[in-house]
Design a protein around this ligand. Structure first.
Ligand SMILES: *Cc1c(COP(=O)(O)O)cnc(C)c1O
Length: 362
């Protein structure tokens, strides 16, 4: 029997997000089932952090997606739809993770990929991911918002598909994370869902997912949404665009969120809240996630925990609540940020006695 014809077992996750959710998202029978193994991410109970904070905390590990961020969920559907529409090239502006994801799906689908990034302002690992996958990377002397304006214009040309989260299929793919949260909580919604807000596509997508299943009678309650922005890039909290956004959390360094209005509506409808945290506060949450939950998320992801901490302190979120923090991207992408929170390594000779001496072992 030829190896080529032997049946290849496919895990549920390996089937891909489109195959799994075809009846719940905007695809049809002709949409190619492109996948790199996205979705189906774990929801992990964080026992030590729960005990320390007095809540029932669960972490949605979106950082386990194949390119290390939640962007793969929406990118999968956006790219499949672009292929279906006859596109030859994907284009996006990116703070990093969108480009890594677009480049990977372009490779899997056999398309060209062009990514526009703000010069010097994306984490090293993310840039390399896009380059390794063969994307054409263009650094612009401008920020994310400038890049998005440019790619919107370029994508009006034939055959070029824009895959930023202004693309409606991105939201369709991303809303499946809400379905998974409900499934993993045994058919219930959490009391609160905390997540970082940059361009505001993800908070829009979660709210859509929760609302759809609520309307369909698949879940009895809706969660309240806690959207968290970085203090130096908080246009939705401050109520005005930020011309020069600045934060160590480069994934959310955005001054004019494309889905800002929808994010504000989602927060209001859910009786939730938007707040901002400083880089210092988010770095402290970043360290706590690693030290107390064993999860190495990127700085932008950790701002969800920083937001939860202050919301518990000021009474917005009651102790004992069931809370999900969405950990959007992987810490390994951004070694420069990790360098800020680690102790220097110790050095000594190779013997047990020398090692015991530097460790101060009795
Ligand atoms: C894209 C991204 C965000 C922000 O998501 P939006 O949909 O732009 O609000 C947050 N964290 C990480 C790691 C991201 O890559």
């Amino acid at each position: 029997m030829s190896l080529l014809h032997s049946p290849i077992p496919v895990t549920p996750r390996g089937q891909g997000l489109i195959a799994r959710w075809a009846d719940q998202i905007d695809v049809d029978a002709d949409t190619p089932r492109i996948t790199i193994g996205e979705g189906g991410t774990p929801l992990v109970a964080a026992a030590r952090l729960s005990a320390a904070l007095g809540v029932d905390l669960h972490l949605k590990l979106e950082l386990t997606n194949p390119t290390g961020s939640f962007k793969d969920r929406g990118m999968c559907v956006a790219v499949a739809r672009a292929v279906q529409a006859g596109a030859h090239t994907l284009i996006c502006a990116s703070t990093g993770n969108t480009s890594a994801s677009a480049a990977a799906f372009a490779a899997a689908a056999g398309l060209k990929c062009v990514v526009i990034i703000p010069s010097g302002k994306i984490a090293a690992g993310k840039l390399q991911q896009a380059q390794v996958a063969g994307a054409q990377v263009i650094q612009i002397d401008g920020n994310f918002d400038d890049g998005l304006d440019a790619v919107r214009e370029l994508s009006t040309r034939p055959g070029i598909a824009l895959v930023n989260s202004v693309n409606p299929y991105r939201i369709e793919g991303q809303k499946t994370a809400a379905f998974e949260v409900i499934e993993d909580l045994g058919g219930e919604a959490p009391d609160w869902l905390c997540l970082p807000v940059g361009n505001a596509g993800n908070i829009t997508a979660y709210w859509r997912g929760f609302q759809e299943w609520h309307a369909a009678g698949k879940v009895a309650t809706l969660p309240r949404l806690l959207g968290v922005q970085a203090a130096g890039a908080a246009p939705l909290v401050d109520g005005a665009p930020v011309a020069e956004p600045e934060t160590i959390a480069t994934a959310i360094r955005i001054g004019r969120p494309a889905r800002g209005e929808e994010a504000l509506a989602a927060v209001a409808e859910s009786n939730g809240r938007l707040l901002k945290r400083t880089d210092e506060q988010l770095l402290s949450a970043y360290a706590r996630l690693a030290h107390e939950a064993g999860i190495f998320a990127e700085p932008a992801s950790a701002i969800s925990l920083a937001g939860l901490i202050v919301a518990l302190e000021d009474g917005t979120i009651e102790r004992g609540s069931r809370v999900v923090c969405v950990l959007t991207g992987h810490g390994l992408k951004d070694p420069d940020s990790a360098a800020r929170i680690v102790e220097p390594t110790l050095t000594c000779g190779p013997s047990a006695a020398e090692i015991a001496a530097v460790l101060d072992l009795a």
